[in-house]
Design a binder for this molecule. Sequence first.
Ligand code: PLP
Length: 392
Amino acid sequence: MPIQKNRYEMAKRIKDLPPYLFASIDRMKQEAIQKGVDIINLGVGDPDLPTPPAIVRRLQSAAGESKNHQYPSYEGLLKFRQAVARWYQRRFGVNLDPVSEVLTLIGSKEGIGHFPLAFLNPGDIALIPNPGYPVYHAGTLFAGGQSHFMPLLRENGFLPDLSRIPKGVLKKAKVLFLNYPNNPTSATADGSFFEQVVAFAKRNRLIVCHDAAYSEIFFDGHRPMSFLEVKGAKEIGIEFHSLSKTFNMTGWRIGFAVGNHKILGGLGKIKSNLDSGVFQAVQEAGIEAMESGDHLAEEIRKTYQERRDLMVSGLKRIGLEVEFPKATFYLWVAVPRGYHSAQFTALLLSKTGIVTTPGKGFGDSGEGYIRMALTVKRERLAEALRRMEQVL
Ligand code: PLP
C-alpha cells in the first residue's frame, strides 16, 4: 500500500488564515495598471517620503565597521536599548531599565507575530480588536490560540467595550491586544481608557499588549500617551513601538517592545530560538533616530498634517463622511449608502484609479468604511479629489 498523504498540503494553521488583506486589492491594482490606468495608491500604509539623510548617513558609516558584520544579539545592542529608554523618559516620562525592560525587534510586526507563541497554549484566547491590524489574529492562530474579536464601534469612539466580553471567554483569555493611535480607524485613547484597561487586566489576569506603532504620527499637538504612563500598567503589560512610520523606515526593519520584564522575557525566549536580531548598523542608525530625531519626526508630522487637512476638507466637500483624525496617516471614511466597503473600493478603483482598502478586510466590524492612507504627495491627493468629485 502506498503511503496516503499530500506532500503539498499546507498546515492547518496556514489554511485557517483569512485571505491576506491586500492580495485581492493588489490583483485589481495590477489589472488596472495593465490597462494603462494612472493609479493613485492610498491602499497601503507605507510612507512615500525617504528616510531622513542623517539616519541614512549613520547606517552608511556603521555598515563599514567589521564589528557590525557578525551576528547581532537577539535582544539588541545595549546602546540601542539605552537610547530607547532615554527617548521613553523624554517623550512619556516613563522610566525603563534598558537591560530587562527593552527588547529590540525586527520591526514591531515581528514582535507582535511572535508574541502569542510565548504565552498562548492551544485553546487559550487572545482578545483582538476588530477592525484591526491582521497580525494579532495570525500570530494567535499560529500559536494554536483562539481569537475573540472585540468590535470597535463609532459610538464608542472606536474603543472596545470591555464589559461586553463574555465571562466564559474571559476565563480562557490570556492576552489583550490594543492599538492606539489605531489602524485602521485612526482613533486615539486617553488615560481614563487605559486606566480601565489596567484594572480590567488585573481583575481577569490578562497580559496587555499595546501596539503604539503610530504614537509619533499625531496632529494639532495631540500627543498620544504611552499605555505605560498609567499606574500599574508595567505590572501587566508591554508596548510595541516602531521606527517604521515615525522616521519613514519601513524597509529597515527595526522596532522595539518595552514594559514588564517577565512578559518581555517570554518573547525574548521565542526570539532567541527563531531569529538573530537586527543588523547592528541598522541599530546604530536607530540610535541616531532616537537620540537626535525629534525635529525629523516633527517635519514628517507636518507633511501628514497638511495632507490630512487637504484630503479631509476635500472629502467632506464631496459629501463623504470622515473626521479629521488626531493621529495616524489613515482616514476612516464611511461608505455612502447602498454600498458595501468592497463594492465602494472596487468602484473607486474602476472609475477613478484610486486604490483604497475596504474596511471589511480588517474584520467584519470594519464593514461600512474604507481606509485611505495619506502616503502620497499633496498633488496626487488633489488629483484624487478631482477624480472623485467627477464620479461621486
Ligand atoms: N502595528 C500596526 C498597527 C501597523 O499598522 C503596522 C504596520 O503597518 C505595524 C504594527 C508593523 O510595523 P513595523 O513592523 O514596520 O514596525
